[in-house]
Design a protein around this ligand. Structure first.
Ligand code: FAE
Length: 532
């Protein structure tokens, strides 16, 4: 344990973080010149797991998050905006909303908003818009909470270098427990008005012979039942989801991050954006950080040193940083796998127009609970998604995850001074073809048609986006088999960028489980051997 003590040296300088004169977070954000044993970039799934487990092993950790803390109510008394009424809190540095469903009944529904460091980033690349959560808790703040463990027979294709026995016996269960995953009460689900849309989805799937599965979620089901009974303020039953849930959902703020903070060893600097990591000598790294205000403007620049740095900025955030740092000379020894192997998890959306005798319900819980599993036969797993408009739409709505073969690459564009992504819109055709193995059959059996009014006028497929960015620093290629970056001892990747583009289902349980696996090994070997 000599080594662990050594890793703790220097913590004091960080704890004495300076008072800030800027309007950004008043709490103890990291100070210029500080030294920390471990710095984690990003507070999503990978970063939260790393912080908790390192802290439990006795290591002090500082987390740097470019988004907001999301712990203070706005003028309406609520922390988060409603999906039906987007406002300044909803989007990351945009002056107009960019809602995943851009139209309704043919009419565009986007609207102007004040530019602000809001919670949902619709990040545009040439061929695709990548939706991501911004703030303490990362994607857990904005996502649907669907907590799906992939079928074991698909795992070898997802993470070929990882031992499935370990994952299914130890790390998936650990991740599900840590995230607070649980199943909806089936009797309630069968009878409640707010899941009529899911039961209609089941009826249509089963009549066409597709396996239909109920999937777990991180939402507090007891709370949802009380929402339905009118006993508590509504969240899932008031259409809260994309811009945050004021109640009911167990985000990382209520799970991993809460436990991490409770150790007393984890501190977080929100509204701080990492822009560079470079060797500092003596095995340390210098991290350049910009503190930003709510317009995205830089109010302070800080140089911090750390013995170890965990990249947990999400698939896009981590990939962009690594590609830039390799190309611009800060981390030239990163290997040529950095930036490669990126995929969209085969995401494609569509709606179906049901008959008037098949209403999907005016009240729809915003938390999805079910999917149609045609992965083996047709390469598609379709989440039966809510369309919580508050009116009867007679629509069934789906987010499909498909076995797309396409992978893109992030590259540094020196002229523009930014990182580009080589994704091509036309690549979504493969995903559409796979999704159609489900919905063409259902439409044919039911005598129904696709909706054409949700993504434009006369457009069936939501093929311009992904919710599930994965890859860019793939396990066993850009890193070793536990996320240690090749070329730089003490630098690690621990987020969705490790996963090569597809998980066959919604990804956050797999991201969390892989992070649990990797950090256990890192704590066991690297932490104990530092300085020994
Ligand atoms: P992530 O959670 O994205 O966290 C990365 C964090 O790093 C973010 O907070 C960033 O703000 C921060 N960051 C980035 N760059 C920097 C920087 N330079 N400096 C400082 N901080 C930085 O990464 N998945 C499911 O399994 N089930 C679902 O139901 C589901 N629904 C979704 C719905 C929506 C609308 C969206 C957008 C995603 C959904 N996902 C869902 C995907 C899931 O949220 C995503 O895979 C994970 O959040 C990715 O986890 P990471 O740890 O990789």
């Amino acid at each position: 344990m000599i080594s662990r003590r050594r890793l703790l040296v220097g913590t004091g300088s960080m704890i004495g973080a300076m008072a800030l004169s800027t309007p950004a977070p008043a709490k103890a954000s990291i100070g210029d010149g500080a030294h920390v044993p471990v710095l984690v970039i990003g507070t999503g799934y990978g970063g939260s797991v790393a912080a908790l487990r390192l802290a439990q092993a006795g290591v002090d950790v500082h987390m740097v998050e470019m988004g907001m803390a999301w712990d203070t109510p706005g003028t309406d008394g609520k922390i988060f905006a409603n999906t039906r009424t987007p406002d300044y809190r909803s989007f990351w540095l945009r002056t107009r909303t960019k809602q995943p469903i851009s139209n309704f009944l043919g009419f565009p529904i986007d609207k102007n908003i004040p530019r602000y460091t809001g919670i949902l980033d619709a990040e545009d690349f040439a061929g695709i818009t990548v939706y991501q959560g911004r703030g303490v808790g990362g994607g857990s703040l904005v996502n649907g909470g669907m907590a799906v463990t992939p079928r074991r027979e698909h795992f070898a294709a997802i993470l070929p270098t990882v031992n499935p026995d370990e994952m299914y016996n130890v790390y998936y269960p650990r991740a599900n427990a840590g995230l607070g995953v649980s199943n909806v009460d089936v009797d309630w689900w069968e009878s409640t008005a707010c899941y009529q849309y899911a039961r209609v989805g089941r009826k249509h799937a089963q009549r066409s012979g597709f396996p239909f599965v109920l999937v777990p979620n991180v939402y507090d089901w007891d709370y949802m039942e009380r929402e339905a009974a009118g006993a508590v303020p509504k969240s899932a039953l008031a259409a809260e989801i994309l811009y945050g849930n004021n109640y009911g959902k167990k985000t990382l703020q209520q799970t991993y991050l809460q436990r991490a903070r409770a150790t007393g060893r984890v501190t977080i600097s929100p509204q701080h954006r990492v822009v560079s990591v470079a060797p500092a000598g003596g095995g340390r790294y210098t991290i350049m950080i910009e503190q930003i205000d709510t317009t995205g403007g830089t109010v302070a620049t800080k140089a911090v040193t750390a013995d170890r740095v965990f990249f947990a900025a999400g698939s896009v955030g981590t990939s962009k940083l690594l590609v830039k740092l390799k190309a611009t000379g800060a981390l030239p020894n990163l290997n040529n796998e950095v930036g490669k192997g990126w995929g969209d998890n085969g995401n494609v959306m569509c709606g179906r127009a049901n008959h008037m005798w098949d209403p999907t319900g005016r009240l729809q819980s915003s938390m999805p609970t079910a999917g149609i599993d045609n992965w083996a036969a047709g390469g598609a797993f379709a989440e039966v998604a809510p369309l919580p408009t508050g009116i009867e739409t007679y629509a069934s709505f789906y987010l499909s995850i498909t076995r797309t073969p396409h992978r893109a690459e992030f590259t540094w564009n020196p002229t523009a001074g930014r990182v580009d992504l080589s994704w091509q819109t036309a690549w979504k055709q493969a995903s559409i073809t796979m999704a159609k193995t489900i919905f063409d059959k259902i439409n044919s059996r039911e005598g129904t048609i696709y909706r054409t009014d949700l993504f434009g006028s006369n457009k069936i497929w939501g093929d311009h986006l992904t919710y599930h960015p994965l890859g860019g620093a793939v396990l066993g290629r850009a890193t070793d088999n536990y996320g240690r970056l090749h070329g730089y001892p003490g630098l690690y990747v621990i987020d969705g960028s490790l996963i090569p583009g597809n998980t066959s289902v919604n990804p956050f349980v797999t991201i969390t489980a892989l992070a649990e696996r990797n950090i256990e090994q890192i704590v066991r070997t690297d932490v104990d051997t530092v300085g020994a």
